[in-house]
Write a protein that binds this ligand. Structure first.
Ligand SMILES: [Zn+2]
Length: 108
């Protein structure tokens, strides 16, 4: 044993600490949310980044171009906020704008 190279889920980042219940809830109920983009595809609104020094997972909202929001409480507050809800109410989201921040985030 000692070889756990196959345990990482592809494309889901690496989580080296055990997840807390709020983190799991957020993953189950929010992280997979998609929006329709102007090129006919769907994009995921949120992506998850590394843990910060306080132990919070950080999140990016691609809809609002907000990066490194720390923790699920902050994310839920952001999601409930007027800015996010306003953008969410647009029937179609511009694909180029959406992708711009997605790519930036992937390179870290
Ligand atoms: Zn947002």
């Amino acid at each position: 044993m000692g070889d756990n190279g196959d345990l990482k889920e592809a494309g889901n980042g690496s989580l080296d600490a055990a997840q807390t219940q709020p983190e799991i809830d957020f993953e189950n109920h929010q992280l997979g949310t998609t929006v329709k983009l102007s090129d006919g595809t769907e994009g995921r609104i949120f992506s998850r980044g590394a843990r910060n020094k306080d132990g919070h997972l950080t999140y990016t909202c691609h809809l609002c171009m907000v990066v490194n929001l720390p923790g699920e409480r902050v994310m839920l507050t952001h999601i409930a906020g007027r800015k996010h809800q306003n953008r969410l109410s647009h029937p179609v989201i511009d694909a180029d704008t959406f992708r711009k921040i997605s790519h930036k985030n992937e390179q870290e």
